[in-house]
Ligand binder design. Structure first.
Ligand code: FES
Length: 353
């Protein structure tokens, strides 16, 4: 379908002269002649078969939607059992995605194969209504105002406007339920404010799963690797502690000390520890660019400068990765001086207080 625009004499003079210049320079190819040669146009059998196929897509979509409800009931997420999250999300996601995909495919095929295939040229008209229509609209509005008393009854009007402003507030308050609230914590931010690093003093930083502690002298310049607290190195994959372990995940890096921005250091001789949980929506950040000291989140490309307190230099994250202050114990092993300096994870709410 193509369309032309009506150009009013007062508004369109410039546009007309531009069009004339363009017409002189370029040949107008016009609209190609359309010849519908679809098999569904000429063979009723093919059209019927297409209609049947499209119907099946819609039936499959309905089945997938029902399956989504079945999966929701049959594979519930059970309280603290994190192993139940994966099958629930997987099957729910797959069935809902297929339901929408099937509707989309059916609708597109309907339009492509069975709806009329013809070119339509439609003149655009001025969007302004006629004077008569406009006057009539004003009359109707005035009449409605008089009959309803909207302008006269000030108290009623103001209370209605007030109610309309307040009405969305419960929805905003309910957003708090998006974050977990338990263990006596009523503030969702508190759940992320504290990690196990702050629970016990001087926890060692260890390699994940092997539990091997890390000596400061063994951390090579330019290295970057994942570490966890010593008391969480070995936890059952489906235990509640896995959540604590995830929150406490740290990326350990070593930079030349003279390349660390003054005031941003809270490490040990160039060794710095940052939360691995992206402050955008929580993906694990892990890609380090050695030359620029940039740490990249693979999900939406948020980039943090680890030489400058992991400040955001690019992307949708809006606060730095929280830093874990570290030092060494009497044997030279790296330990945490306390908890992260800010809550870990995404900033769904204002947490810098
Ligand atoms: S989760 Fe890291 S940029 Fe979005």
């Amino acid at each position: 379908m193509s369309s032309k625009t009506d150009i009013t004499p007062d508004a369109g003079h410039e546009a007309q002269s531009t069009a004339v210049v363009l017409d002189e320079k370029f040949e107008n190819p016009g609209i190609e002649e359309h010849s519908p040669h679809r098999r569904t146009d000429v063979d009723p059998k093919v059209a019927r078969r297409a209609a049947t196929q499209i119907t099946w897509w819609f039936i499959l979509s309905a089945v997938a939607s029902v399956l989504a409800i079945v999966f929701y009931i049959a594979l519930p997420i059970k309280g603290d059992d994190i192993s139940t999250v994966h099958p629930n999300n997987l099957w729910l996601g797959l069935s809902i995605a297929f339901a929408f995909l099937a509707i989309g495919i059916g609708a597109v095929q309907w339009a492509r194969q069975l709806m009329p295939a013809q070119e339509i040229e439609e003149e655009r008209h001025s969007p302004r209504s006629s004077d008569e229509t406009r006057e009539r609209a004003v009359e109707i509005l005035q009449q409605a105002d008089e009959e309803s008393g909207f302008t006269k009854r000030k108290v009623l009007r103001r209370s209605l406007i007030g109610a309309a402003i307040v009405a969305p507030l419960p929805g905003i308050v309910l957003l708090r339920d998006l974050a977990p609230v338990s263990q006596g914590l009523t503030d969702p931010a508190e759940k992320l404010r504290h990690t196990i690093w702050g629970d016990e003093n001087g926890l060692r930083l260890v390699h994940d799963t092997s539990g091997e502690p890390i000596k400061a002298e063994d951390v090579q310049l330019g290295s970057a690797f994942h570490v966890v607290p010593s008391n969480l190195a070995e936890v059952e994959p489906h235990s509640q502690k896995i959540i604590e372990k995830s929150k406490a995940a740290v990326l350990l890096v070593r930079l030349p000390e003279d390349e660390i921005v003054e005031g941003a250091e809270d490490g040990y001789h160039g060794i710095l520890a940052y939360s691995k949980i992206c402050t955008h929506v929580g993906c694990p950040v892990a890609l380090v660019e050695q030359h620029t000291h940039h740490l990249l989140c693979p999900c939406h490309q948020s980039t943090f400068d680890i030489s400058d307190g992991a400040k955001v230099v690019f992307g949708p994250a809006n606060r730095p990765l929280p830093q874990l202050p570290i030092t060494v114990d009497s044997e030279g092993y790296l330990i945490a001086k306390g908890d992260f300096k800010a809550p870990v994870g995404p900033s769904f709410w204002e947490i810098e207080r």
